[in-house]
Ligand binder design. Sequence first.
Ligand SMILES: CC(C)(COP(=O)(O)OP(=O)(O)OC[C@H]1O[C@@H](n2cnc3c(N)ncnc32)[C@H](O)[C@@H]1OP(=O)(O)O)[C@@H](O)C(=O)NCCC(=O)NCCS
Length: 150
Amino acid sequence: MVQETSIKVKIREPKTKNEFDQYYNLRWRILRQHWNQPKGNEKDEKEKESIHLLVFDKDKIIGVGRGHFNTKTEAQIRYMAVEERFQGKGVGTKILETLERKLIKKGARTIILNARENAMKFYKKHNYKIIGKGHTLFGVIKHFKMRKEI
Ligand SMILES: CC(C)(COP(=O)(O)OP(=O)(O)OC[C@H]1O[C@@H](n2cnc3c(N)ncnc32)[C@H](O)[C@@H]1OP(=O)(O)O)[C@@H](O)C(=O)NCCC(=O)NCCS
């Protein structure tokens, strides 16, 4: 069952170039800017083949997330980011649950991710289990490899 957010929001895939620009910009601001990373660093080689999701509060984009496949049955979630003042209101949950549903529909049996230490509680709550230590990004952000079997 999809959990309700405490605010009324819409979720869908980006359609226009302008929406994609805003999507990458939010990703960069939340996940890269603080660590002085240049624009462009928020993207990787999987963008074209990925599922992208945007959350809107009225017409403002306040949350993003991405899913892609590593194999036919193993999917990966990356770049989950919610605008700071909207964090803790269920927006991330909505993105995660919608991505999971879409990935499962396309054949995912396992979903993996590399969680930042600060976000581990969020993923644990959604039944992801720690399977090992991950990389340390920009020399400071510890990651943990997590997995959920469907
Ligand atoms: C992690 C993130 C995507 C979660 O989205 P969100 O909208 O804040 O999450 P939700 O409101 O759906 O939270 C659901 C649960 O996760 C927990 N949670 C969310 N963010 C948390 C945080 N930063 N620290 C600890 N727990 C957190 C809450 O306990 C909440 O449980 P509760 O409802 O019982 O209190 C968002 O906080 C974010 O963008 N954080 C900064 C960027 C980041 O770390 N991204 C993840 C990279 S792996």
